[in-house]
Design a protein around this ligand. Structure first.
Ligand code: AMP
Length: 383
């Protein structure tokens, strides 16, 4: 198998497995730099497909379709990480896959991910593997309550999670996850949630977007702000953790590290995402190089760009719930001149579904937060 030269230059074709908003914003960044983009997913007329050069509709486990897809591109990357090892191996027969399938294999399963993190000495929330009701009872006795039981695979945005307030709730909690392999975590009474979105180039170079602060609503990211209001020591440690993780996993591309900052100033890694991340969306408008362009540069073997934040920024997600009273009033949000509107081209506005986001730039983080929340409120129309 011969791979293309080290640098995959503009004019080449990037294959994206997955077709949601992350792929869409990646495709916009890639096309701006003169690349072509193909996307593969089981869906059609997708957020990524709408802006890609080619949209292939196939199941991720249709290995012949994945091989065909990889044959037509110069490098394969992801916007959806729950792709099987068999699919990434099939793709790798025909094109470099970045980040490698091994990175996805680790991060798509909470026990493998936590095993890697704890084994490498990174600080993680106290946890225990749970494969039976007896395991769960033992884990609750060891970790105490409250605790959170999470399925080991296929969880995101709080799906596949149940909070356990007292040991007596074990049976119901185990049943509610359908008896799937799970992980029990001690409940962290955190001060705030933060993330570090970082990139590692083909040559091992490293760049990060600093610490971003994240507020969730009903387990879904609601508002992110940058820079996070954390002491410089915490920032240094968060970035060092992220760097160690990208290096430990041998990532080529972008990876986001979600962390809890405890009330006594400790950082605990909650989750890894081996791709651009919702908390990094503000980099699209607020940084010299966005997380999407950084992913492109990394997987193409180009030098990483400057991640410098040009102005304090805030991002607010637009969920499908906003459509409950009809089409949002887009002009009202556009009346805020320092607010940028992003919509993902999704037709069906289901509650909880990520439909778009707003980014506000301002003189301070607090102003940016207020501005983005005000612009989002204006979408609902006059009160
Ligand atoms: P996750 O899907 O693991 O990222 O969890 C979604 C959200 O649930 C997190 O961003 C937290 O707000 C909350 N959460 C998850 N795990 C814990 C925990 N062990 N302690 C406290 N809050 C948690």
């Amino acid at each position: 198998m011969t791979y293309p030269p080290r640098v995959i230059p503009p004019g080449s074709t990037i294959g994206v497995l997955g077709s949601g908003q992350l792929g869409r914003m990646f495709a916009i960044a890639a096309r701006r730099m003169g690349y072509r983009v193909h996307t593969l997913s089981p869906d059609y007329d997708t957020p990524t497909g709408q802006v890609a050069d080619r949209e292939v509709q196939a199941a991720y486990d249709d290995l012949d379709a994945v091989r065909d897809f990889a044959r037509g591109v110069d490098v394969v990357t992801f916007e959806f990480e729950n792709v099987s090892a068999a699919a990434t191996e099939a793709a790798a027969e025909h094109a470099p896959v970045r980040p490698a399938g091994s990175v996805l294999h680790t991060t798509q399963h909470r026990l493998r991910e936590k095993g890697f993190l704890a084994g490498a000495g990174f600080p993680v929330t106290p946890f225990a593997a749970v494969r039976s009701l007896d395991d769960l009872r033992a884990a609750l006795a060891a970790l105490g309550t409250p605790a959170v039981l999470k399925t080991a695979g296929w969880g995101y945005d709080g799906k596949g999670q149940v909070r356990i307030a007292a040991p007596g709730e074990a049976e119901a909690a185990w049943a509610s996850l359908g008896g799937q392999e799970a992980v029990l975590e001690a409940f962290v009474d955190f001060d705030r949630e933060v993330s570090v979105v970082a990139a590692r180039g083909l040559d091992g170079s490293f760049a990060h977007f600093g610490v971003i602060e994240n507020r969730h609503h009903r387990h879904i990211l609601d508002v992110s702000t940058a820079p996070a209001a954390v002491p410089s020591g915490v920032e240094r440690e968060a970035v060092a953790i992220a760097r160690g993780i990208l290096e430990g996993l041998g990532v080529v591309g972008v990876l986001a590290v979600e962390m809890f900052l405890t009330r006594d100033g400790r950082l605990l890694v909650n989750e890894l995402a081996p791709r651009p991340h919702n908390s990094g969306h503000l980099t699209f408008d607020a940084c010299v190089t966005s997380q999407f362009e950084q992913q492109l540069r990394a997987i193409c073997g180009l030098p990483l760009g400057s991640p410098e934040l040009l102005r304090p920024a805030a991002m607010a997600n637009l969920l499908g719930d906003l459509w409950s009273g009809g089409e949002p009033d887009w002009a009202a949000a556009c009346r805020f001149p320092d607010v940028k509107l992003h919509l993902y081209g999704k037709a069906d506005a289901r509650p909880g579904r990520k439909m778009g986001h707003l980014t506000a730039l301002a003189g301070t983080v607090e102003e940016a937060r207020e501005r983005v929340v005000a612009a989002r409120s204006a979408l609902a129309g006059p009160a």
